[in-house]
Each structure stands twice: as C-alpha cells, then as structure tokens.
Design a protein around this ligand. Structure first.
Ligand SMILES: Cc1ncc(COP(=O)(O)O)c(C=O)c1O
Length: 447
C-alpha cells in the first residue's frame, strides 16, 4: 500500500478533486480494458479513459511486448542530426497513410502541448521561408485549450488558466467565439450560427491584418471548454476563410484524433484537410508519451531537403524509438479490433442512451457528443437555461464513483470519453451510472 505521506510529495496532489476520499483510496493500481482498480480493491469503469487517452483500453500486452522488444533493441537515439530509427520512420509513414489528404510530414514531440508548439513554429518558419516575416499571430477560439506551456497559453481561450502568467509572456492574440449550439443557436438554425461565427472569425483576421496572421488554431470539438461540438460545416467555413486570407489552419486533434469521434480524425467528418494537425494521446493510447505535428506537403516543400540549416528545433525525445514502437503496436490494435468503427457505433449508443435516460430531466440542458466524446450539460432546474453551479455539478463525480464509474464533472458539464474498446454492455452500465447520479442530484436540488 502506498500511504498518504508518500502521495503528498506529488505536487499535483495539492489539487483535491475528490475531497471526500482519502488520498490512499485514489491510488489507481491496475487496469484492464475499460476497468481500473484502486489499491484498496475498488473496481471502476473508466468513463474518461484516463484523460481521454487510453483509446485501445488498458492492459494491452501487445503494446507492452513491442515496448520491451524495442527497449532492448534500441531504447534511445535522437532523430536530430539527420539520424533516424526504424519505429520513427515506420510510424511517420503510417501516419501519412492514415491522416487525410496530403498531411504527410511528421515532426514528433512528447506532449500535446509540444505538438501545438511545433505546429505554430512550423507555421512561423513557413511564412519566413515564403518571405512574409510579418505573419506571426495565431488566432484561437474562446474556450479552446492547447496545452500548458507558455506558447500554448498565448492561444488558450480559458482566461483563468493563463492569468497568473500574464507578466511572463506575450499578451497572446485575438480569440473568437466558437459556434456553441446549446448556448448560441437561439431561434436560428445551426447553419446561421456557423455563418455568424465564421463571419466573426473573418472579421477578427481582417482587424488584425491578414499580413500579420500566421494561423488559426482550433479543436474540432472544444474538449476542456466543455465538449462544445460545433455543427458540421464549421470546419469547412474556417478552411475557406483561411484559404481566402492566406492564413494556415492548425487542427488540434490531441483529443479528437485516433478514432475518438468515430473517424480516424475529427476533421474527416467534414472532409477538411488542415495545413497542420497536432496529435498526441491516442497515438500511443498513453502507454508511452508521444505527440506529433503533421504538416501538408506544400508546407514541407517550402523548405529545401538539402539545407544544413535547421528550421524548427526538435527536442531531445522527438521520435523516441520506444514511444514510436508503442504507437505502431497501438495503431495495429486499432485496425485489427476495428476500434474506429466501434467508437462510431458505441458513440451512437452512448448518446442515444443518455438522451433517453436523462435528456428530459429538469437539470439537463443538453446532451451532446460525437463518437465517444460526449457531455451532459447541467442547468438550473428553473427553466432559465442558466448553468448549474459548478460545485453542484462536481458532486456527480462522487455519485458516479460510489456507483462504480469514473466520470469527469467540471464546470457545467459531465464529460465522458471512455476507451474506444468499450462494449455495448459497458456503455449501458455507464449510462445507468450517469442517469442514476443525475437523478439523485436532481432530487437533492428539489428538496
Ligand atoms: C485539445 C488539447 N490540446 C492540447 C492538450 C495538451 O496536451 P498535453 O497535456 O499532453 O500537453 C490537451 C490536453 O488535454 C488537449 O485536450
């Protein structure tokens, strides 16, 4: 048993998200499939796949074996200085075949934050190469989240996360509102809302001066912002604006990539090919940290192949052989087990189940999602549509825990993102837990 005194050395533990439980009860000890066990023996359905990471499910021996084999063969060698290694090249080629359009050049990194740093850096170098040195601004969405580094905080649309660092870095760039059907649609149609928000994005770029704007960065679904699902048509509209104003489009697929939304990549729902795509999480299902920025051919073509001058600087662990071997084994499982198709089918079951079970409850304003990325939006029961107090929403974590599932209740939304390997029976169990938890909360509020 790990005791509380040891746990208190973890900095992250200063944030107590489950204050009703002792530190010892929150030690996750082992996991298999969609299930995790605490060190005290409690079994829970992992309704958020860790942090929307473990796409193939926990405990896949094939990935462990690939990791072990590669570690013994070659644990580390850099891909800087023109060196490369087999798993890195193989994975880059695999990504070129899986990603849409001509997204073919991969620059690996370690975390999702770094993938976005690399995407913004490649965009900047591209404009320098094109002889347009003023293009540097990166426009982002309100409610967007792209990582926890100083550079990604400059494009973060969640002000409370960025505020403490304001004196330390650049003030950041313009943020525009995403189309959020539940909050924004009003009496109009989804299409009108998309057009309105797209016009605002276009105006923002024009206000900044397109000659100063390098890129627009956006999540196809805003995850940290509350699983905001813009209607289909939004990404196409953004793509058109970027093309018109000569601005690059960066899709942050750190959460949505690798099957999460029922397609390999979320941009595929609209047939859109961004100029750069940032990926992480599902690329290895978290077995070893790995991320990447993937660029289209026309970006790569702007750089000569025979230059001795470095452009974007990679970090020490870029294209780590063990991480890339884990990625290859992970993608093999995704293909063999048809996990993208399963995510689409189970996502439909999850949304349908949630809508039927809680869609009409007084404290439920909206049930939304795409594939296995879903949210239940909680509202005050007075019909005003006002967001339910976040403390009240947070109680749902506890209610779900007591019933045997880990969910993520934060802000005004209960979020779900289970492993893509989840079965129909497990979906039904998750829906039941969420439904009972919400029902109990509604009764408590009514009292
Ligand atoms: C959309 C998105 N981008 C970037 C990140 C940052 O990734 P990481 O925490 O691996 O740096 C996250 C993390 O959750 C994310 O959800």
């Amino acid at each position: 048993m790990i005791d509380g005194n040891m746990i208190r050395h973890l900095w992250t533990h200063k944030t107590q998200d489950h204050p009703w439980l002792s530190d010892e009860e929150l030690v996750i000890d082992r996991a298999e499939g969609v299930w995790v066990w605490t060190q005290t023996g409690k079994k829970l359905l992992d309704g958020f796949a860790g942090l929307a990471v473990v796409n193939v499910g926990h405990g896949r021996r094939e990935i462990a074996e690939a990791i072990a084999e590669q570690t013994v063969k070659l644990a580390y060698y850099p891909t800087t200085r023109q060196f490369s290694n087999r798993p890195a090249a193989e994975l880059a080629a695999k990504l070129a075949s899986l990603t849409p359009g001509d997204l073919t050049y991969t620059m690996f990194a370690v975390s999702g934050s770094e993938a976005n740093e690399r995407s913004m850096q490649i965009a900047r170098h591209y404009w320098l190469r094109k002889g347009r040195p003023n293009k540097h601004k990166v426009i982002a969405l309100q409610g967007g989240y792209h990582g926890a580094t100083a550079g990604t905080f400059a494009v973060c649309g969640l002000p409370h996360m960025v505020e403490p660092y304001a004196p330390l870095h650049v003030p950041g760039f313009a943020k525009v509102a995403p189309p959020h059907p539940f909050r924004d649609r009003g009496l109009g149609t989804d299409e009108e809302m998309v057009q309105r928000r797209a016009a605002e994005l276009r105006e923002a770029i024009l206000r900044e001066g397109p000659e100063t704007v390098s890129a627009v960065i956006l999540e196809p679904i805003l995850s940290s912002g509350g699983i905001i699902v813009p209607p289909l048509g939004w990404l196409r509209a953004v793509r058109a604006i970027c093309d018109e104003l000569e601005v690059l489009m960066i899709a942050d697929e750190v959460i949505t990539g690798f099957g999460r939304t029922g397609r390999w990549f979320a941009v595929e729902h609209e047939g859109v090919v961004p100029d750069l795509m940032s990926v992480a999480k599902g690329i290895t299902s978290g077995y070893v940290p790995l991320s990447a920025s993937i660029a289209r051919r026309h970006l790569a073509d702007a750089f000569p192949d025979d230059s001795t001058q470095e452009n974007v600087h990679p970090n020490t662990y870029a294209a780590h052989p063990v991480a890339c071997a884990a990625g290859l084994a992970n993608l093999r499982i995704m293909e063999q087990d048809h996990l993208v198709e399963n995510a689409a089918a189970m996502g439909t079951r999850l949304l349908g189940g949630l809508r039927a079970a809680v869609g009409k409850r007084a404290i439920v304003g909206d049930v939304r999602g795409r594939g296995l990325l879903a949210a239940v939006e909680l509202v005050e029961p007075d019909g005003s549509g006002r967001a339910l107090n976040a403390k009240r929403v947070g109680v749902l974590d506890r209610k779900a825990w007591d019933r045997g599932a880990i969910v993520y209740a934060r802000g005004s939304a209960l979020r779900l993102a289970p492993p893509l390997s989840i079965t129909a029976d497990e979906i039904d169990q998750l829906v039941r837990v969420v439904a009972e938890s919400i029902e109990e909360l509604e009764q408590e509020i009514g009292r």
